[in-house]
Design a binder for this molecule. Structure first.
Ligand SMILES: C[S@@+](CC[C@H](N)C(=O)[O-])C[C@H]1O[C@@H](n2cnc3c(N)ncnc32)[C@H](O)[C@@H]1O
Length: 531
């Protein structure tokens, strides 16, 4: 990809001879929408009060409040997955899941039998201390407010989703909060947030499981307690009405997991359009002479080589794409013009000051320093999703503010002079890096040419999520160059505020689609392909 250079009809009705005011008396029978009487003054005043009252606004406010809730839900689930959970939170999570399971258990029976069973439970007098505790806990579980919410959530979406969402404090509060309290606190009601949770459940699950959230541990904590409860209260098999109690009423459907990632790297897995399991990113390339050496062939190629044997040059291969933290400079290539100071790193930029500290020499800055000072969001919550016609794309799972730096465009680095390593320019990004300053004395340019190194950053196989940003002729993000710690980097920066759920796009530059022999299908109003 070449560096980006950066880059209603109003409805009118006029009342004239051709469009006269309709005469209500002109037709005989009643007409839809025709006003029969003039509205009374009282009615007009009432309408006015409605316009000014909160009744005219709630839709907007509710939508915004629900969005805010969903954004918090994602953020809190991710926080629970990647950092330790406090003891208090853990207890709350476990309590809510246990209450839901107890309620669900009784709900499996026809109501008369369930009532009988609850009565048996309340009248049971277990002798062992441990059993007493378990029975009391189950009796308490039956008293929770809004039991139907918990029971229904286990049915749709399911218990997996409940265990995942329970890791969010906002979720735990919302499912237990009375509607009156929601109103008083200007928070969305449970009935408002539930449809949105269902809508995003596949994405929420993928976000949680690829970050290794241990939803199952929280769910299983009380398994032994349920065994005890069944033995205490239901005297042998008398309660079994075609209901499997192996897991205290939890069936296969309750535990249906949609995504089964084989590793826990969030940016390896693409959220599918339909409710299927997420797919791991793969890439088809042509085996080239550049790869035909021990460094590549000898290593374990991600996803293996087709057929296992050494491929012939030009053969098509498919590999898993790998997520890595930093670019990898390949030393299997010759690096002409590399200055001594560069220390083997062709990204070394002799000419420019470090954008982070402003020094030219002895700069210790790392990219994280730059992020700290320049509105950086390198951990921004994004997900890979299947866009359909454009393949994999990236969308924001949180609002992103204008000018935020979201990450570095990284990949394998090799000299520009070489053909693309995987014989495709799909992800290739080129940049020139000065290695020597122009010698100017007393205002006279000595004519000595600048030494510069042209490099390719190629994330075809090794890269990060930034490679999946699709092109738009009216993008909301861009590639920017910076020098940080003497190293030239390509960064992704937002061009405007980006909303939750919006796809991130950038401009690949004029030549990309011509070079690739592709047509841009971004669909933007000012799409170059339309001009
Ligand atoms: C850098 S990759 C972006 C990620 C890519 N969609 C994927 O699945 O890996 C660039 C490729 O995405 C597709 N693409 C991205 N934006 C496009 C657009 N506006 N029109 C057509 N194809 C596009 C093209 O196949 C292009 O070669």
């Amino acid at each position: 990809m070449a560096p980006a250079t950066r880059g209603q009809a109003k409805k009118t009705t006029s009342r004239n001879e051709n469009n006269p005011i309709p005469d209500p008396t002109a037709s005989t029978g009643p007409r839809r929408g025709a006003r029969r009487q003039k509205p009374t003054e009282r009615y007009i005043n009432y309408q006015k009060t409605l316009k000014g009252s909160s009744k005219s606004k709630p839709e907007l406010n509710i939508a915004a409040a629900v969005d805010k809730f969903i954004i918090q839900l994602y953020a809190e689930i991710v926080a629970a997955a990647v950092s330790p959970i406090s003891e208090k939170d853990r207890t709350e999570i476990q309590d809510l899941i246990r209450q839901a399971r107890t309620l669900r258990f009784f709900d499996l029976y026809p109501s008369d039998i369930a009532d009988d069973l609850k009565r048996t439970l309340r009248n049971s007098k277990p002798s062992r201390k441990q059993d007493k505790k378990v029975v009391q806990r189950a009796i308490d579980d039956l008293q929770v407010s809004h039991p139907e919410r918990l029971i229904n959530f286990i049915k749709t979406p399911n218990l997996v989703m409940l265990s995942i969402c329970c890791h969010s404090q906002s979720f735990r509060a919302a499912i237990q909060r009375d509607n009156a309290d929601s109103k008083a606190e200007s928070l969305p009601r449970w009935g408002d947030v539930l449809p949105k949770i269902k809508k995003f459940s596949s994405s929420l699950e993928l976000v949680a499981v690829t970050r290794n959230l241990n939803w199952e541990a929280a769910l299983r904590v009380f398994d032994t307690e349920y065994d005890r409860l069944i033995k205490c209260c239901f005297k042998g098999d008398q309660h079994v009405h075609n209901i499997n109690h192996d897991s205290f009423g939890i069936g296969e459907r309750d535990l249906h997991q949609l995504h089964h990632p084989t590793d826990h790297v969030p940016h390896h897995w693409v959220l599918p359009k339909r409710k299927e399991s997420a797919k791991r990113c793969r890439f088809e390339y042509q085996y080239s002479s550049d790869l035909d050496n021990e460094d590549f062939y000898g290593q374990r190629v991600p996803g293996g080589l087709n057929g296992g044997g050494r491929p012939t040059i030009g053969e098509h291969q498919k590999a898993w794409q790998v997520d890595m933290a930093e670019s990898r400079v390949l030393d299997t290539y010759d690096w002409p013009n590399l200055s001594d100071q560069a220390n083997g790193d062709p990204r070394f930029d002799v000419k420019l000051k470090c954008y982070s500290c402003g020094k030219r020499k002895d700069c210790p800055c790392k990219l994280s320093d730059y992020y700290d000072k320049h509105n950086g969001r390198p951990d921004a919550l994004v997900e890979l999703f299947d866009t359909g016609k454009l393949g994999t794309g990236v969308r924001a799972l949180q609002p992103l503010e204008k000018d935020a730096i979201l990450g570095e465009y990284i990949g394998e680095i090799y000299p520009y002079q070489n053909p693309s390593r995987y014989r495709t320019e799909m992800y290739v990004f080129g940049m020139g890096i000065p290695q020597k300053r122009r010698q100017k004395r007393r205002g006279v340019d000595n004519g000595q040419a600048e030494d510069s190194i042209d490099i390719i950053v190629d994330p075809a196989i090794y890269g990060n999520w930034t490679r999946y940003i699709n092109h738009s002729c009216q993008p909301n993000a861009s590639y920017t160059f910076a020098t940080v710690g003497r190293r030239r980097v390509i960064l992704i920066q937002t061009l405007r505020d980006i909303n939750f759920g919006e796809e991130l796009t950038s401009d690949y530059g004029e030549g990309y689609f011509t070079n690739m022999n592709l047509e841009c299908t971004c669909g933007a109003e000012k799409c170059r392909s339309k001009q």
